[in-house]
Structures are given as structure tokens and as C-alpha cells.
Design a protein around this ligand. Structure first.
Ligand code: CIZ
Ligand code: SF4
Length: 308
């Protein structure tokens, strides 16, 4: 029996659910019960009846699943699967930042630690950020963290002034404008799609800007088209399954790596072997203090309520 069959058998025996992010390795996406973006996977985590949640994603995502299911075991195949964006917002410095702006509503992108969520009034993802901002009282100033690129994009989209934390994602800042122009010159009939964590010069030339789930939905409207996709290259696996007739080209990175595209090393820390071992041994798992989970659950629940 191969590893994928063993994982599928084990998850049935243990009544476990496997949630995989679009940026996971294809062989992991293939054994998942649900594949999605941060919002979709949080929603699946909130309504699961399984005893065990295996989160094939990064640490902050598994933490969110744990906060929504404090009584359940939440496994993460590799505990070192972190996030450069979450790391760019350390709790001590963020506490000082919000204390020096006590009148501001604290809105945080879900790509942050449980400690940051516990200091927030609302959490959002790139799928629902605009909707959440539009629901906030117009007379209150808003502080947004940790992603400054998404923050700038949201200011432009909503017309609301946001006080921004200076954080970013290495993967979405790795796209090369020069290489992208060269590629576009070779494929002038392609649509450029970009994630709003990308820098503003990339967003300026994009035909479509949206979350990972948004990009897949957009591609489905043009199933025979050609797309240059500026987000983590793992998304191409599920996108190609959804639009088999489309030509998908990953946007080029300025780094000279083997794929020529931008990959998240944290997401790729999870492997099929690690997934099997973590499900078999039920470790490593996410452990958080109860009071922290209670505080962090409030802004997450508000987000889920506003995303229905
Ligand atoms: O960059 C990420 O980690 C993204 C885009 C997560 C998500 O699903 O929104
Ligand atoms: Fe974090 Fe960027 Fe990786 Fe997403 S792609 S998990 S924001 S480092």
C-alpha cells in the first residue's frame, strides 16, 4: 500500500479530517478532505465533526483551527512551518503600537500569531477584508496589521484610511517586475492575476487581484484563457484541475531557484511522510493556553459571522 492509501485509511480509522491549503505540495492536496484558502479552511475547521484535525498548512492556520476547536486535537505535520508575514509582527512591539493608538479599531489579517489575534477586534482574510472594513463604524479610525501591501490595496479599494503595520510576505515580494514584463511580452494574450499581498507595482499591472480562492473563481469564468499567476505556485495544482483547458503560467521570481517561480518554504516544510507520521503518532499537535484561545476566538468568530 502506498503512503497516500495508508493516510486515507488512517484518517478513516481515527475519524480525522485533513485540511490542506492551496500552497501545499500536490501529493498532500490529493489526500485532503478540503483544499482551500485561509477563510475556506477556517470555515471547514469551525464546522467539522471529526475528532482530529490535520492541518496541512502553516502554524498560524493550525492555531486558528485549534482556537475554533479547543477540545480537539489539531495536528501540524511540521511545527517549523511558520510564516514570514506572521513573524513580521511580534506581540511585544504590536502591543506598544496599539497602546499608542487606543482610539483605533484593531483589524488583523489572519496571517498572524494567536497572541496578535488575541489583541485584535476583528480578524480578516484577503477574501473578506473589504466586506469587514465596510461593516466597521465610519467615524472610528482603523489600524491594520501585519501586511502593508494588502493594507495599501484595501485603502485604495475601500477609501478608508488605515494605519498600517510594516509587515510583508517574502513569497509575495519575490516577484520580479522585469521578468514579469518579459513573460507578458511573450504572452500578450494572457491575463495577469495577483494576490494583494504582492507589491503595488505588481498589482498595478494585474488584470485581476484577489485571494487564492478568488483567483480560481476568476479563472473558471475564462476556462480556455491563458493566465500568469502571481501568488505561491502551489495554487496551480488545484487551479489546473478546476480549469483543465486553461494555460497557467506561474509569475517569475527574482530569485534563481529551480522552479523559476515563487514558493513558500514554510508551506513546503510539510511532506507526505511527515503527514503520515503525524497522523499515525498524533503528534506534533498545537497546544495553546486556554485564556489565549478564548481571547483570540472573539475576533475570529466575528469574522466568520460577517463572512456568512
Ligand atoms: O499567503 C498566504 O498565506 C495566503 C494567501 C493565505 C490565504 O489562504 O489567504
Ligand atoms: Fe506566510 Fe507568505 Fe508563506 Fe503565506 S506565502 S504562509 S504569507 S510566508
Amino acid at each position: 500500500m502506498d503512503l497516500q492509501d495508508k493516510i486515507i485509511r488512517l484518517k478513516k480509522e481515527k475519524n480525522a479530517v485533513i485540511l490542506a491549503h492551496y500552497y501545499q505540495r500536490p501529493e498532500i492536496q490529493e489526500v485532503a478532505d478540503h483544499i482551500g484558502d485561509s477563510l475556506g479552511l477556517s470555515q471547514r475547521a469551525a464546522d467539522t465533526h471529526s475528532d482530529i484535525i490535520v492541518f496541512a498548512g502553516v502554524h498560524f492556520m493550525a492555531e486558528t483551527a485549534k482556537i475554533l476547536n479547543p477540545e480537539k486535537k489539531v495536528l501540524l505535520p511540521d511545527l517549523t512551518a511558520g510564516c514570514s508575514l506572521a513573524d513580521s509582527c511580534p506581540p511585544g512591539a504590536f502591543r506598544d503600537f496599539i497602546h499608542s493608538h487606543p482610539d483605533h479599531i484593531v483589524l488583523t489579517y489572519i496571517n498572524c500569531s494567536a497572541e496578535i489575534k488575541a489583541m485584535s477586534d476583528y480578524v480578516c482574510t484577503s477574501s473578506n477584508a473589504e466586506k469587514i472594513i465596510k461593516s466597521l463604524p465610519p467615524d472610528r479610525p482603523i489600524l491594520f496589521a501585519p501586511d502593508k501591501n494588502l493594507g495599501k490595496y484595501l485603502i485604495q479599494q475601500t477609501g478608508r484610511e488605515l494605519l498600517l503595520w510594516d509587515g510583508s510576505c517574502v513569497v509575495h515580494e519575490a516577484f520580479s517586475m522585469d521578468k514579469l514584463f518579459d513573460l507578458y511580452r511573450k504572452h500578450p494574450d494572457a491575463q495577469i492575476m495577483a494576490h494583494p499581498e504582492s507589491e503595488s507595482h505588481i498589482l498595478k499591472i494585474a488584470h485581476y487581484i484577489g485571494s487564492t480562492a478568488g483567483m480560481i473563481a476568476h479563472a473558471k469564468k475564462f476556462p480556455k484563457d491563458k493566465f500568469i499567476v502571481a501568488t505561491e505556485a502551489g495554487i496551480l495544482h488545484e487551479m489546473q484541475k478546476e480549469v483543465p483547458g486553461a494555460q497557467l503560467i506561474p509569475a517569475p521570481s527574482h530569485e534563481d531557484n529551480t522552479c523559476g517561480c515563487s514558493e513558500c518554504a514554510f508551506m513546503k516544510a510539510n511532506t507526505l511522510e511527515k503527514l503520515y507520521h503525524c497522523l499515525y503518532h498524533e503528534t506534533p499537535h498545537i497546544d495553546l493556553p486556554k485564556t489565549l484561545m478564548q481571547k483570540a476566538s472573539i475576533p475570529i468568530e466575528r469574522m466568520l459571522e460577517l463572512s456568512r
